[in-house]
Design a protein around this ligand. Structure first.
Ligand code: NAI
Ligand code: MG
Length: 333
């Protein structure tokens, strides 16, 4: 298998952390071919579009991509649409995979190792918002059997990969019987058919939030809809050590776009303080789930673990990007 990577640094600290993750991949995949592409706010200001067609084509041509972060304006800007939402929807990246685990020194709790699989294309983020009348705004929550079914089949694949001991469907079907009911019934039927009935479990989203705080080590694989997954995964990433250690993978349609969960962090841009570990761990997700190289993904994770255990200091400050990059790359030599 040849390896090609579409590199979208984006805005802000995306430009600082993505080159480190690319260097990690280059260490492990000597044949890696890089294709640079643009997206984001800076791109919008220069070209009038946040995701040029050339970027979508580059992603489709490569199959795999690494996305840094983009800035978004705080108000409505005519013609502007969030670059990452555009990429997810136009490329059919229907599932978002967010692992959370404990790391030495930086995590507030040991023993956490869970993965949140979130629907990535519909739910309350379907983009269907309108004014019904003055003073009443409506957002439509779209749940389709097709999207739930794609999510469940990826859940079965991931469950097999990590030999899941528990799969928790998170929903609110007591209050949203049609949308959450369809989600739950479709996922349940498909996971049972795939042989995961004995591991299958359900939680209402509010109880799941409490348990993710009180007893995160009890979870293994969580499967949920778009908004619930967005919120629960940010909550859960506290247990790994925060945004600087939170990786993700947008996945579907034969394509995979890795993306640190954090944004463009304008408050620290250019200061050397950006932690590249979230980007590095996102690159590891490409190795595991797209290129089917679990062995290489483990090498990256072991290098990160070794670095944190032996060299991490809380006072790295403006040396963070450089020291982390050197420490991880040295362990992959
Ligand atoms: P943010 O994630 O950029 O930053 C939140 C806080 O965490 C800041 O104090 C930042 O310095 C810190 N932080 C984030 N990543 C870090 C890292 N790797 N190392 C060290 N510290 C880190 O979120 P914020 O401030 O809400 O948004 C800033 C911009 O990013 C906005 O324009 C927002 O729209 C955009 N954004 C983009 C996302 C994406 O591209 N997927 C996701 C979230 C926000
Ligand atoms: Mg989020």
């Amino acid at each position: 298998m040849s390896h090609a990577l579409c590199v979208i640094v984006g805005d802000g600290i995306g430009r600082e952390v993505v080159p480190v993750a690319v260097a990690v991949l280059q260490r492990l995949l000597p044949d890696l071919r890089l294709v640079e592409a643009e997206a984001g706010w800076d791109c919008f200001q220069r070209h009038g579009v946040a995701v040029p067609e050339a970027t979508l084509q580059a992603m489709q041509g490569c199959g795999a991509g690494l996305f840094g972060a983009v800035s978004s304006p705080t108000g409505v800007v005519p013609g502007y649409r969030s670059a990452i939402l555009t990429l997810r929807q136009r490329l059919g990246l229907n599932v978002n995979l967010r692992p959370v685990r404990s790391w030495p020194r930086v995590s507030p709790k040991a023993g956490v190792d869970l993965l949140i699989l979130r629907e990535n294309s519909e739910g309350l983020y379907s983009g269907r918002e309108h004014w019904q009348e003055e003073g009443v705004a409506i957002a439509e929550r779209v749940i389709s059997r097709a999207a739930c079914s794609r999510l469940a089949s990826m859940a079965a694949e991931v469950a097999a990969q990590r030999q899941a001991r528990r799969i928790t469907l998170v929903h609110k079907a007591n209050v949203l019987p049609l949308t959450c009911g369809l989600f739950r019934d479709t996922c349940r039927a498909q996971l049972e058919a795939a042989g995961w009935g004995a591991q299958l479990d359900e939680r209402l989203v509010d109880v799941a939030a409490l348990q993710l705080v009180a007893q995160p080590e009890a979870f293994d694989l969580i499967v949920t809809s778009n908004l619930f997954g967005d919120i629960l995964s940010d909550l859960a990433c506290h247990w790994s050590g925060g945004l600087g250690l939170a990786p993700s993978l947008n996945w579907g349609n034969g394509l995979a776009l890795a993306e640190p969960v954090h944004g463009s962090a304008p408050d620290i841009v250019g200061s050397g303080r950006a932690n590249p570990l979230a980007a590095i761990l996102s690159a590891a997700l490409l190795l595991r789930h797209h290129w089917q190289r679990d062995d290489l993904a483990r090498r990256v994770e072991q290098a990160v673990e070794g670095f944190l255990r032996e060299e991490w200091r809380a006072d790295l400050a403006g040396e963070t990007t450089r020291v982390v990059a050197q420490g991880v790359l040295a362990r992959l030599a």
